[in-house]
Ligand binder design. Structure first.
Ligand code: HMG
Ligand code: MG
Length: 315
């Protein structure tokens, strides 16, 4: 994408596709999976505050091995305790059938399987190769279908791997297509370690779009190098309208050392609204949700927009 293309990125060029954008909030899962000793009640309060801000899709937890990620061991309790709002999806990660059984038990509205475009990351994250993970997902998909529960799919390391470095876009496209053909209703493309840059992100998305329709794709960019907003901007005119983000920029991945949180939801919403796109989210209430959890964690809020709102800076 040239500088001229970027400057042409206006409501007119975006109007070729929908002007509504869907934000999938990652804070309670991707955000808190790296944080020790967050009380269950604080997770519940965060999820309820996000729904009150108008967020319609929330990843509420993760049914993984408590030995691998003890931080998520209370996900069942979290899902049982939240006061649910109509029209809000409360999702959970499930790496295998056991995870799905627990998620169904806790009445998750939908679940997500997670694979990778890097063999080394797959091995470290879920203790199996890419091919073994696909085999493991087959009975999970069958069980989810029988239970009538939608399954989302993640592909990690789409713009680089902490163990292998460069990852070919063709491999990202291959794994994405497999998950899509298995029945995932949407494939979320994860820059797990936040190393991508705009042109690379765009090329990767174009490669995946040759195999999976863009309406079925989402972008999940960690913001380690501060490129996530620029990457999304560079991909918007390709038609992608689903983005993962984490309130207050919380998070990281326990199996990707040094990776920071997802792009802050507040920063994404502010930019999307500025581009004339609709999210249905109340930015001030979203910022309040972020300040609530930041205070609980005794952390500075990682969202520039939330901090600007706090200072009363005028847009
Ligand atoms: P394993 O050790 O190969 O599994 O782990 P296993 O089947 O041999 O089971 C070992 C033990 O775990 C057994 O217990 C099982 O019952 C138990 P034991 O007999 O020893 O007492 N177990 C479970 N317990 C609860 N829930 C389950 C479950 N499964 C097995 N679902 C496994 C394989 C996949 C379970 C493990 O590697 C694991 O839990 N990995 C999760 C890692 C993780 O959560 N990573 C972070 C999320 S992914 C991410 O952040 C990336 C993303 O954001 C996108 C991006 O940014 O790129 C999505
Ligand atoms: Mg992630």
């Amino acid at each position: 994408m040239s500088a001229q293309d970027l400057s042409n990125l206006s409501a007119t060029s975006l109007s070729a596709t929908s002007d509504s954008v869907s934000l999938f909030e990652m804070g309670p899962r991707d955000g808190l999976q790296n944080e020790a000793a967050v009380p269950t009640q604080a997770k519940v309060a965060l999820i309820e505050a996000l729904a009150n801000a108008g967020v319609k899709r929330i990843e509420a937890g993760s049914f993984v091995s408590p030995k691998w990620v003890p931080q998520m061991a209370d996900s069942g309790e979290v899902l049982r305790q939240i006061r649910r709002q109509a029209g809000v999806v409360y999702s959970a990660l499930t790496p295998n059938v056991k995870g799905l059984e627990l998620a169904l038990d806790a009445k998750a509205s939908e679940v997500a399987i997670f694979g990778a475009a890097s063999q080394s990351f797959s091995q470290r994250n879920i203790n199996c190769s890419i091919e073994e993970s696909i085999e493991r997902f087959i009975p999970l998909m069958d069980m989810a279908k029988a239970a009538n529960i939608p399954v989302r799919g993640y592909v990690s390391c789409v713009l680089g791997c902490p163990y292998e470095g460069e990852i070919a876009a063709s491999e990202v496209a291959r794994v994405s297509e497999i998950l899509y053909k298995m029945g995932c209703y949407e494939i979320s493309l994860g820059d797990t370690i936040g190393v991508g840059t705009p042109l690379k992100a765009r090329k990767m998305l174009q490669a995946v779009m040759e195999r999976v329709p863009v309406e079925k794709l989402a972008l999940h960019f960690h913001d380690t190098y501060g490129q996530a907003l620029a990457n999304i901007t560079a991909c918007l005119d390709l038609g992608v309208r689903s983005f993962d983000a984490s309130v207050a920029g919380l998070g990281g991945c326990p199996y990707a050392k040094g990776a920071s949180g997802n792009l802050a939801s507040e920063d994404l919403v502010y930019m999307l609204h500025g581009l004339g796109l609709k999210t249905g989210i109340d930015l001030e209430k979203l910022a309040l949700a972020g300040f609530g959890i930041s205070k609980q964690l005794n952390r500075l809020n990682g969202s520039k927009v939330a901090n600007a709102i706090l200072q009363g800076a005028k847009a």
